[in-house]
Design a protein around this ligand. Structure first.
Ligand code: HEM
Length: 96
C-alpha cells in the first residue's frame, strides 16, 4: 500500500512541478510588467501559484519522510517476525 501510494505521489509531485515552475515566474513577470489589463485578468488567478506551492510542499514533505517511514516499518516487521529463542524454528531438524 505504502509502495503504491509513494510511487503515485512521486509522479504527482513530478507533474505538478511543471505548472508550478511555470506559474511562479509568470506571476513575477505579470507583476513586473504591470499592464493594468493583464494585472486585472490575473487578479482572479493570483492564488494559483501559492496553491500549487502548497501542494508541492505537502507532497515534497511526504517524499522527504518516506525513507524514514519505510525504515521504521521494516524495523517493526523484523522485530515482530523474529522467533522466540527457546522455540525450535520451522524446518529445522528439531521440528521433524
Ligand atoms: C517545500 C517544497 C518542496 C519540498 C519539501 C520538496 C521535496 C522533495 C523531495 C523530498 C523529493 C524526493 C527526492 C528524492 O528522494 O529523490 C522531491 C523530488 C522532486 N521535486 Fe520537490 N519539493 C518541494 C518543492 C518542489 C518544487 C517547487 C518543484 C518544482 C517546481 C519540485 C520538483 C521536484 C522534482 C521534479 C522531483 C523529482 C521527482 C521524481 O521524478 O522522482 N519540488 N522533492
Amino acid at each position: 500500500m505504502i509502495k503504491f501510494f509513494s510511487k503515485w505521489l512521486r509522479k504527482f509531485h513530478r507533474w505538478i512541478a511543471v505548472p508550478t515552475a511555470l506559474a511562479i515566474p509568470l506571476a513575477f513577470v505579470i507583476k513586473l510588467v504591470g499592464n493594468p489589463q493583464i494585472v486585472e485578468a490575473w487578479g482572479k488567478l493570483e492564488r494559483i501559484p501559492s496553491i500549487l506551492m502548497l501542494i508541492m510542499a505537502i507532497s515534497g514533505a511526504y517524499l522527504f519522510l518516506l525513507p524514514y517511514i519505510i525504515k521504521g516499518q521494516r524495523r517493526r516487521k523484523a522485530t515482530s517476525s523474529q522467533p522466540a529463542s527457546d522455540q525450535p524454528q520451522r524446518g529445522t531438524v528439531a521440528n521433524r
